[in-house]
Ligand binder design. Structure first.
Ligand code: ATP
Ligand code: MG
Length: 569
């Protein structure tokens, strides 16, 4: 969306505040920001992206779009240990799926390694960096604490020429890991620990997925990040609040290096959801230990999981807009994310009927072999979605839960001796049950009233309710997976062990469902509302037209809207 096309009022009222958008607008108004706004999304390719990253993507790409600028995608690949091509591919797919296009090619911090190495030499020559031969443990000891200043390393004042020779030897692979590092020479007594001679290059004898065996020294995040921003002409380098204390270092490096531009770092609060984990490391454990069925398991808060669950990109973008961007983070109610998809699907999903747990109904006054093709709207208030055909036959399925032999008045479904309406069809009355040897009801026999299509029974008796149904001979068998929250505790991220707080009932599989014929033929990733049951999506991988497999996206009932109207959201 650009600032020319103003969102509809209903959208505006949903928009959360975005302090960075306001700030950049002010910078432009005051003339402080003159050129293009350039942002970047800088994931580390060490896992799949999650809903928190979606907030960062929407923010960075959204600002560039809003101000007519550019957003780059840059893989922050300075740590070869945990990185992998699989993650690079999935991250690109996720950003595209969310509906964003990065400027030019995807970039890699590793493609700047030559330049960064040159910057390191520049600092050494200027007497602003030195090779330290303290071990990582000693460096930690010398660093001091929040209350005590650090102590200078004995190598701090070595001659720049000596540091240069040593650093070059490190880069040639002449030192073992942990025996030497390159440190910026700033201030061991600084109140900000990040300025106490931070390590800017370390030895890693590890091949890198982009640069192969070329390097055995790698830049630190802090050294690589700001300089990469500067190389790319990024104007607004947006990161999360934990980097606030790194900003002085970010600025120090930009000031002391011959970089081509002067980016500025801005921080915002992470987006965290209750009942959810937003940490790649913790999510990886769920995958590695087969707690879930891969990174894109529909219960995962990964973008690929959310996609497979049936969320639309629009719903994620709306969610991020609703959450807004601030410097004071809170925990967002997961029900708000559900609200976003329900809102979208209520408008866009076609209606269909599906019976999850079937009970056979035999309409005894309906001739065997007779098929009446009824019609129903594709959507109750969208004519553009047309009509669907519903074959009604002598044998149909309804939900087991929609029939009881006896029930009180509150039960508005089918009861023996009582009437109920079949949705989009006739009124039926149950007159017999057939039980198996175990005493379980296996069939219910009913009469239908042929005068009740769109009309109440002439005898004045009112059907107790409306239930959904599918023809036993013309419907299609389907597999349906009903998902619930992966965690049953509100803050699973706080637990020491990710496995604590898992919801044991997060997946229920219904292998013997029946869907109306048209629903069985939809393309993968088609979203439908199964009337009375919920919103469902044809699984991206497991579903094929004619062999239906559906995932429940979300139930019909909205809890967040209620919370919101109570005013305590
Ligand atoms: P994780 O803790 O899951 O590994 P990360 O911050 O280490 O997350 P990166 O790949 O470094 O993951 O993140 C890429 C970008 O996404 C960064 O700019 C980061 O600040 C942002 N980001 C990560 N998590 C969130 C979150 N929960 N909310 C908002 N932005 C986030
Ligand atoms: Mg990170």
């Amino acid at each position: 969306m650009s600032h020319q096309d103003v969102p509809a009022a209903s959208e505006q009222s949903k928009a959360g505040n975005n302090f960075l958008r306001n700030l950049i607008a002010e910078q432009i108004a005051s003339g402080e920001q003159t050129g293009e706004v350039v942002t970047r999304f800088p994931p580390e390719p060490n896992g799949y992206l999650h809903i928190g990253h979606a907030a960062s993507i929407c923010l960075n790409f959204g600002l560039a779009e809003y101000f007519g600028g550019r957003c780059r995608l840059r893989f922050d690949d300075t740590n070869p240990d945990a990185e992998d091509q699989e993650y690079i591919d999935s991250i690109q797919a996720d950003v595209h799926w969310l509906g964003f296009e990065w400027d030019g090619e995807a970039r890699f911090t590793s493609s700047y390694f030559d330049t960064l190495y040159g910057y390191a030499l520049h600092l050494i020559d200027a007497g602003l960096a030195y090779v330290d031969e303290l071990t990582p443990d000693q460096i930690r000891e010398y660093r001091g604490t929040l209350t005590e200043p650090g102590i200078n390393s004995p190598y701090r004042d070595r001659d720049p020429a000596e540091s240069r020779a040593l650093f070059e030897a490190m880069a040639r692979g002449e030192y073992a890991e942990g025996t030497a590092s390159l440190r910026a020479k700033i201030d061991m007594t600084s109140g900000n620990i990040n300025l106490r001679d931070p390590v800017i290059y370390r030895i890693r004898n590890k091949a890198h997925h982009q640069t192969g065996d070329k390097w055995c020294v790698y830049p630190s995040y802090d050294f690589a990040h700001g300089q990469s921003d500067a190389i790319e002409g990024v104007t607004h380098s947006i990161c999360t609040l934990e980097f606030e204390d790194h900003r002085p270092l970010y600025n120090w490096l930009i000031e002391h290096l011959p970089v081509p531009s002067r980016p500025v770092q801005y921080e915002f609060a992470r987006v965290n959801l209750n009942y959810t984990i937003t940490s790649k490391r913790k999510l990886r454990r769920l995958v590695d230990e087969n707690i879930v069925d891969g990174w894109d398991d529909p219960r995962m808060p990964t973008i690929s999981g959310i996609r497979r669950r049936g969320y639309t990109p629009e719903s994620i973008r709306n969610f991020c807009e609703m959450v807004g961007v601030s410097r004071s983070g809170g925990i967002v109610d997961a029900a708000m994310l559900e609200h976003a998809i329900r809102d979208d699907l209520n408008t866009h999903a076609a209606r269909a009927m599906c019976v999850l747990d079937p009970l056979k109904i035999v309409i005894t006054n309906w001739e065997a072999g007779q098929v009446e093709t009824l019609t129903a709207p594709g959507h109750p208030n969208r004519d553009d979605m047309g009509e669907r055909e519903l074959p009604l036959t002598r044998e149909i399925y309804i939900e087991k839960a929609d029939f009881r032999e006896e029930a009180n008045k509150k039960y508005k479904r089918l009861v023996l001796g009582k009437k109920v309406r079949l949705r989009n069809a006739y009124v039926i009355e149950a007159h017999d049950v057939v039980k198996n040897d175990a005493g379980e009801i296996v069939e219910v026999h009913c009469h239908y009233d042929p005068d009740t299509l769109g009309a109440n029974p002439v005898d004045g008796t009112k059907p107790k309710g409306v239930i959904h149904w599918v023809s036993a001979s013309h419907g299609r068998q389907a597999l349906v997976r009903v998902y619930d929250r992966l965690f049953s505790i509100e803050n699973p991220g706080r637990e020491d062990d990710v496995l604590d707080g898992l919801n044991p009932d997060s997946l229920s599989v219904y292998p013997d469902c029946w869907v109306e014929p048209a629903a069985a033929e939809v393309a993968p990733e088609t979203r439908l509302q199964f009337e009375r049951t919920g919103y469902f999506v044809a699984d991206r991988y497991d579903h094929a037209p004619g062999a239906p497999v559906f995932n429940r996206v979300v139930a019909l009932r909205d809890t967040w809207a209620k919370i919101e109207s109570r005013g305590d959201a």
